[in-house]
Design a protein around this ligand. Structure first.
Ligand code: G
Ligand code: G
Ligand code: MN
Ligand code: NA
Length: 250
């Protein structure tokens, strides 16, 4: 309740900002793009993590306001990046389950100079829980603009493979909980191997999230993982630190 009140009275334009975490191709050790990750420093509460404030805004029914501000900021930063670097941006279920909310998003994309074909929108399997038909229409509309669609936290949700197969997806992002256990736990190892194979069979790119150690990276290379995101390469960084982050992989 404290968070909701602070969020509702916040000057979101100035209090919200976006950090960026590289997604790295392990074959070239080059960043292929960055995921935008929201940060909020409230004047009264201090820093509040998106894991806390995004669900509050969702429950309050106003997450679309945050999405619009964050997407605008992320696109503004990404417009300065050299092609073909991509931007990944997280959407909430509510952004997709209402035509009005989706319209705000497509308007922000349309007003930006960033090529929508270099934009990947991340959605989770739970986005389909509420109104799958509407979410499906939203996904198709975003694909028509040229955007990619990634399934985030893949492997932790409830969506059926037949539904996933029937959507024009472009990427699966394998949830970091599997990677955290990949060296100790045979089941996690097998799941990651299967999900990499599934992505290949479905002709989807596959991003492996939450890679923190050289040991994990080595296992993932053996399994044929190509795109990796995690603290091993870089935590999320400020927009103005990106130049350094890019040159690290050159
Ligand atoms: O960066 P961090 O690990 O604290 O993010 C926590 C959670 O918040 C993750 O699930 C992430 O997807 C989500 N998140 C981060 N930024 C955004 C955003 O801009 N929009 C939405 N909807 N979720 C975000
Ligand atoms: O749910 P989503 O995948 O969008 O959230 C990504 C979250 O994971 C962000 O909050 C980001 O800060 C966090 N993250 C990124 N890399 C790592 C990592 O290597 N380890 C852990 N534990 N978290 C990470
Ligand atoms: Mn994500
Ligand atoms: Na994820």
């Amino acid at each position: 309740a404290v968070i909701e009140q602070a969020l509702r009275s916040a000057d979101l334009e100035s209090e919200l900002k976006v950090l960026f975490q590289p997604i790295v191709d392990v074959r070239t050790e080059q960043a292929i793009g960055f995921e935008a990750l929201a940060r909020w420093v409230s004047p009264t509460l201090g820093p509040v993590s998106p894991g806390e404030f995004i669900p509050v805004a969702e429950r309050g029914g106003f997450v679309s306001r945050l999405t619009t501000i964050l997407l605008k900021k992320a696109l503004e930063t990404a417009t300065a990046w050299p092609a073909p670097l991509r931007l990944s941006f997280n959407l909430s279920a509510q952004d997709l389950s209402s035509p009005e909310n989706l319209l705000r998003i497509t308007a922000v994309i349309g007003q930006s100079a960033f090529d929508p074909r270099r934009l990947d929108l991340e959605i989770t399997e739970t986005a389909f829980a509420f109104d799958p038909a509407q979410v499906r229409r939203s996904v198709l509309q975003l694909r028509d603009l040229g955007c990619g669609i990634s399934i985030d936290d893949f492997g932790t949700g409830y969506s059926s493979l037949s539904r996933l197969h029937s959507l024009p997806l472009t990427k699966l992002k394998i949830d970091r909980s599997f990677i955290a256990r990949i060296e100790q736990d045979a089941a996690s190892h097998n799941i990651v191997r299967s999900l990499i194979a599934l992505s290949r069979d479905m002709k989807l790119d596959c991003v492996i999230e939450g890679v923190e150690t050289a040991g994990e990276l080595e296992v993932l290379r053996e399994l044929g993982g190509v795109l990796v995101q995690g603290y091993f390469y870089s935590p999320p960084v400020e927009a103005d630190a990106l130049a350094g982050c890019l040159s690290r992989f050159d």
